[in-house]
Write a protein that binds this ligand. Structure first.
Ligand code: HEC
Ligand code: HEC
Length: 482
């Protein structure tokens, strides 16, 4: 019997040891007693835009559930695709592929970076803004036939079948229970958690932020910027002046009219920006949203993927060249031209910025200053699953409570599949079994050793508390049910 008597402490140590030797996959452990900070992250004072709805503020527990959902391949019909398959942390939560691979083919548009999604006036999401809120957006990929496959149409299983699959997973039982006090999984609950996690992904450690923190507003020269970066900033911020034919005669490049600092979020109700070809070659005039222009480039100096909804522009030089000289084909059809954002057709003509190569390079240098570092590696936004796709939910805050006083009490086997034998000297005892949230599941008076059954409960961690009524001593034990 001795070999069953290893303590839960050594169990946790084993986890920590395994975690330390593993860099890329997750630790496979979520500790409800030591949650990451998502809710109270520091924000620079100049960041004011926020699309968080009043009824779904970020909580540490909610965002933690969101993180698990975001990285869980079991949310796809064939257990191969998670949100994170197309939104890769090391790539600014985007993808270098033009179109990302889903369970049944590839996406129709290029993946979007999802950093600082929260810090925007715009409530709508996707390139074409078809999702009215981030909450609504968050389960659309799961219900997309090509992406994760639970569409409920043409032979695909529906979301109800995914929910039944999730209900059998102990980590969801424990996380949903910890948040709601019951095990019920609903689409709205998934949406809330995913949106909290996505909104929690923030990045404000760029060179731009270091400069912005030192001055009262964007228009002032940043002391930490090169002359080129300051020139680029000025061009980005300043509106252009145009002659009657759309040729720029003075001012800057007018980028900030649509990509507004300091969040660099898109102005609501923009038109398209002249990128009118879909990935499949057809015409698509519906793309009116850009993710924040922060983090276009990763800390390794590599772009986080090609630019625009169709990934057609491979460098920032090409992006600036696009705005400098909008494609002539926009004049081929009244429809193309009339859906082009008004700000890009001054005096009813195509904008011609006529920027010098030096000015174009300066805008690129400024755009590069908007990239941060930590968001690419911060573990709170990383994969929580271990290399075998497993995850356990524990609560060390409850585990460290006490190990004291009452001697000669033994509980085995531990971990158990259901039955545990509780041994103690004869006397008057009170027994309590609680789940990880501290909810009382069983209580009884005991006089002698007995067998306890955890069979009715889902897999997870349970707390057994034995109080010796005659001596007022107690012992708290943790049992892991698998
Ligand atoms: C198969 C690849 C793929 C998967 C899986 C996927 N996405 Fe996306 N995601 C994309 C693409 C492509 C877009 C842009 C699509 C469009 O606009 O039509 C996008 C857009 C988004 C956006 C909009 C960003 C913005 O600024 O408007 C969010 C947020 C997002 N995804 C979150 C998620 C979440 C959460 C999941 C998992 C539930 C997920 N994605 C799963 C490829 C994927
Ligand atoms: C009229 C509004 C508007 C103006 C002005 C504008 N943009 Fe954009 N920008 C957009 C829209 C809309 C998109 C997304 C379009 C798409 O993908 O089809 C976009 C996309 C981008 C992207 C790609 C983002 C990504 O994640 O792939 C970059 C970079 C960019 N713009 C930079 C600039 C620069 C630099 C300027 C000034 C020279 C500028 N923009 C001016 C509206 C504008």
């Amino acid at each position: 019997m001795k070999k069953y008597l290893f303590t839960f402490g050594s169990f946790i140590l084993a986890f920590i040891f395994i975690a330390a030797t593993r860099a890329l996959t997750g630790t496979g452990v979520i500790d409800l007693g030591a949650l990451d900070n998502y809710a109270a992250q520091p924000l620079p004072p100049y960041i004011t835009k926020d699309n968080t709805p009043l009824n779904n503020e970020i909580t540490d527990l909610g965002a933690t559930l969101g993180r698990v959902l975001f990285y869980d391949k079991k949310l796809s019909v064939n257990n191969t695709i998670a949100c994170a398959s197309c939104h890769i942390q090391a790539l600014g939560f985007s993808d270098t592929a033009l179109a990302s691979a889903g369970v049944n083919g590839v996406t129709g548009r290029h993946s979007m970076r999802i950093i600082n999604s929260r810090f925007a006036q715009e409530q709508r999401f996707f390139w074409d803004e078809r999702a009215a809120t981030l909450e609504q957006q968050s389960t659309m990929p799961i219900q997309d036939h090509a992406e994760m496959g639970f569409s409920g149409q043409n032979g695909d299983p529906g979301l109800d079948s995914l929910i039944r699959k999730m209900e059998k997973l102990s980590y969801y039982q424990e996380l949903f229970f910890a948040i709601y006090g019951d095990y019920t999984i609903r689409e709205a609950r998934m949406q809330r958690a995913l949106a909290q996690f996505v909104r929690s992904i923030q990045s404000f450690d760029s060179k731009y932020d270091q400069g912005r923190a030192q001055v009262p507003n964007d228009a002032i020269l940043f002391p930490n910027f090169s002359m080129q970066e300051n020139l680029g900033k000025n061009l980005f911020l300043t509106p252009a002046q145009f002659d009657p034919n759309g040729f720029r005669t003075g001012g800057g490049a007018g980028c900030a009219a649509c990509h507004r600092p300091p969040e660099f979020d898109i102005t609501p109700n923009s038109g398209h920006n002249g990128m009118i070809h879909a990935l499949d070659g057809s015409i698509d005039l519906t793309n009116q949203r850009s993710p924040s222009l922060r983090n276009l480039m990763g800390p390794n100096g590599r772009f986080n993927g090609p630019f625009m909804h169709n990934g057609a522009l491979k460098s920032l030089a090409q992006v600036v060249a696009h705005y400098n000289e909008l494609p002539q084909e926009l004049l081929d059809s009244m429809l193309y031209f009339n859906t082009l954002d008004q700000r890009l057709r001054p005096n009813g003509r195509l904008q011609r910025l006529q920027l010098s190569p030096q000015q174009q390079n300066a805008i690129v240098a400024f755009l590069l200053s908007l990239s941060g570092n930590d968001v690419y590696t911060d573990s709170r936004w990383s994969d929580p699953f271990d290399e075998n796709g497993n995850l356990s939910v524990i609560n060390t805050a409850m585990a460290i409570e006490e190990e004291k006083s009452l001697d000669q009490v033994h509980l085995y086997p531990n971990p158990t599949s259901g039955e545990v034998y509780l041994h103690f000297p004869a006397g008057e005892y009170k027994l309590e079994i609680r789940n990880i949230k501290g909810q009382l599941l069983q209580h009884q008076e005991l006089r002698e050793a007995t067998t306890l059954s955890l069979s009715a409960y889902p897999a997870g961690l349970y707390f057994v508390r034995l109080r010796d009524l005659s001596q007022e001593k107690l012992k708290l034990m943790k049992v892991l049910k698998y």
